[in-house]
Design a protein around this ligand. Structure first.
Ligand SMILES: [Zn+2]
Ligand SMILES: [Zn+2]
Length: 236
């Protein structure tokens, strides 16, 4: 089902045609008709104020109580679930940049009116090898849309990735933290800055936390993560 969806998305992804990517309805704004947009799986409103994990009554979750992440908050509108997961897969692996407009629009709409202000918008950097293989950093496109919406500067050269980490997909929370602990470097001081890190999908938040830690070492005052979707690790 997912692969059918991805194929139809890719076939349907001409930047000129403005048909809904999910149902084909003509004349839609930003590639999704309102009913399909409303169908996208949202995160429950009651969630951990720190990491966006759904919690009873919006309490701080057990993980954040025990070992708070280095970012100050994670903002996520959607669950990584069908059919949004199909759009994100097509975006990431199908090299379909027109999808950047659709997904960037979803994140920007969420950010609009949130009242958050930043000095700088950045992405989670990819290692050179992975960047060469994929051809683009997909989060960069989301980040540019986001930065435009909140009228903030986007920088793609503040941070770098020291090495390619093993894929996080099969790892539990503790392994994820270990896997990315020293993965990032920050090139300049960021004294007093509020920084937003944009990612497409956040799972445990380990990657965002590791990057936030380096930014704070360089003087950043506040670091928030913004991701389009929150996935949940099969292991905890
Ligand atoms: Zn539709
Ligand atoms: Zn939490």
């Amino acid at each position: 089902m997912l692969s059918n969806l991805i194929t139809s998305i890719i076939d349907n992804c001409s930047p000129i045609k403005q048909n809904c990517l999910l149902c084909g309805q003509a004349g839609t704004r930003r590639g999704l008709c309102p009913p399909c947009r409303d169908m996208l799986p949202t995160l429950p409103a009651e969630q951990c104020p720190r990491c966006a994990e759904p919690t009873l009554g919006g309490m701080l979750c057990a993980h954040c109580q025990r070992r708070p992440p280095h970012f100050d908050a994670l903002h996520v509108p959607y669950l990584f679930d069908y059919p949004l997961s199909g759009l994100i897969h097509a975006f990431k692996y199908g090299k379909r940049l027109p999808l950047a407009g659709v997904l960037g629009g979803l994140l920007s709409d969420f950010a609009q009116g949130s009242g958050h202000e930043y000095d700088l918008v950045i992405t989670v950097p990819l290692a050179n090898e992975r960047l060469a293989k994929r051809g683009f950093n997909q989060s960069g496109e989301l980040a540019k849309a986001f930065a435009g919406t909140i009228n903030t500067r986007f920088s793609d050269n503040l941070c770098w990735r020291k090495y390619n980490t093993a894929s996080q997909a099969s790892l539990g929370r503790a392994e994820r933290l270990r896997n990315v602990r020293h993965a990032f470097g920050v090139k300049r001081r960021c004294d007093g800055l509020s920084i937003a890190i944009i990612d497409d999908v956040a799972t445990s938040g380990a990657t965002l936390s590791s990057l936030a830690r380096e930014l704070k070492k360089q003087g950043a005052k506040r670091v928030d993560g913004w991701a389009l979707a929150r996935a949940f690790s099969p292991k905890t």
